[in-house]
Design a protein around this ligand. Structure first.
Ligand SMILES: [Fe+2]
Ligand SMILES: [Fe+2]
Length: 347
């Protein structure tokens, strides 16, 4: 059963209400002014306060405000004397549940108290429900995040498997995609890529040569220079890769790199002849790290260049093959010297 606190400086009114409340079976506490009532509230768990307005030391309005500050869910019903209706209406705006005019009609008092207690119960229930809901939402969000993380991991594993598949077809490029990706991520970090942009760059750089799956082996592994026709065939690989990956929605952000990693800054690259800043930033980054790895690796048609020679070669392509600003960062900040694998030796 709920506990009620009756506050009135008039002992006759107080006793009348206390007797009536006790008869109804509620636990009843009482106080003679607002201050005393506040002290009781601090010591007892009270569900409803039934208070007079005009009292010495602390009046009912002050009690209402202080009590609600301490216990926002407390139900407060005010008793108003003649001429206090306006005060009582203001009190309702401050959070009182109801007000009753003196002299008190015990039937009306009963209805008012029942209603106030019912409202309080509902309010507590809603609060409880909301709290549960918040907990549930937080739990589900956490679960969803875990699923997303797992999905991301799976994505990356799939991408790695695909890139290893390409390399298996072309033994000369073993580790190529990994190294291109490693340096591209380092360069992108220098440029200030966000976590999400880095993720896409990782997919794109690992998959940049996916289209080589569609290039004939004898062209891919030809130990000498390619004929014009063979070279045209090899140049198809960005478009083949683009077509392959286009339908995989999760990998869509990798597409600009796959398609444009052989564009040149002067517009003379392929497949679309994009020029300068028309070439997506991700792709301009991969153009640099792809070329660097190609030069420093052994290829069927030539041996590996030394790092110094490769850098010299690349500086010659500054502004023609490569984005000059990105190339400067790649060289000046020594990114080329970062070891992609602890045991890396140029192939
Ligand atoms: Fe390529
Ligand atoms: Fe490549």
């Amino acid at each position: 059963m709920e506990t009620l606190l009756v506050v009135d400086d008039d002992p006759n009114v107080r006793n009348l209400i206390i007797k009536w409340i006790n008869k109804k079976g509620f636990t009843c506490l009482s106080a003679v002014n607002g201050q005393e009532a506040l002290n009781i509230l601090l010591q007892h768990q009270v569900d409803l306060v039934l208070s007079d307005i005009r009292m010495p030391i602390m009046d009912g309005i002050q009690l209402l405000k202080s009590a609600l500050q301490l216990y926002p869910d407390l139900a407060v019903v005010l008793l108003t004397g003649y001429g206090e209706i306006e005060v009582a209406v203001d009190a309702m705006k401050s959070g009182a549940y109801d007000f009753l005019s003196k002299p008190i009609d015990l039937n009306i008092l009963g209805i008012s108290l029942d209603r106030a207690l019912e409202r309080r119960r509902m309010r507590l229930e809603i609060k409880h429900y909301q709290k549960n809901l918040e907990r549930l939402v937080a739990e589900r969000t956490r679960e969803l995040q875990q699923v997303l993380d797992r999905l991301k991991e799976t994505n990356l594993e799939t991408v790695r498997a695909l890139s290893e598949g390409i390399e298996a077809k072309d033994p000369y490029t073993r580790g190529h995609c990994h190294r291109v990706s490693f340096w591209a991520l380092e360069l992108a970090q220098e440029v200030g890529f966000s976590e999400e942009q880095l993720e896409y760059l990782e997919y794109g750089s690992l998959l940049h040569d996916t289209g080589k799956i569609g290039v004939q082996d004898q062209v891919l592994n030809k130990p000498g220079p390619l004929t014009a026709e063979e070279y045209e065939h090899l140049k198809e690989h960005p478009k083949i890769g683009y077509r392959m990956i286009k339908s995989v929605r999760a990998l869509a952000p990798a597409l600009p790199i796959i398609r444009h990693h052989h564009e040149r800054f002067d517009g003379k690259g392929y497949p679309d002849g994009l020029k300068g800043l028309e070439i997506p930033l991700d792709a301009r980054i991969v153009v640099i790290t792809d070329a660097f790895d190609a030069m420093t690796s052994t290829r069927p048609y030539r041996g590996a260049l030394s790092v110094e020679k490769a850098l010299e070669e690349m500086v010659r392509g500054r502004g023609t093959q490569f984005d000059p600003d990105l190339l400067d960062i790649f060289i000046d900040r020594g990114i080329f010297a970062h070891d992609p694998t602890p045991t890396h030796t140029p192939e």
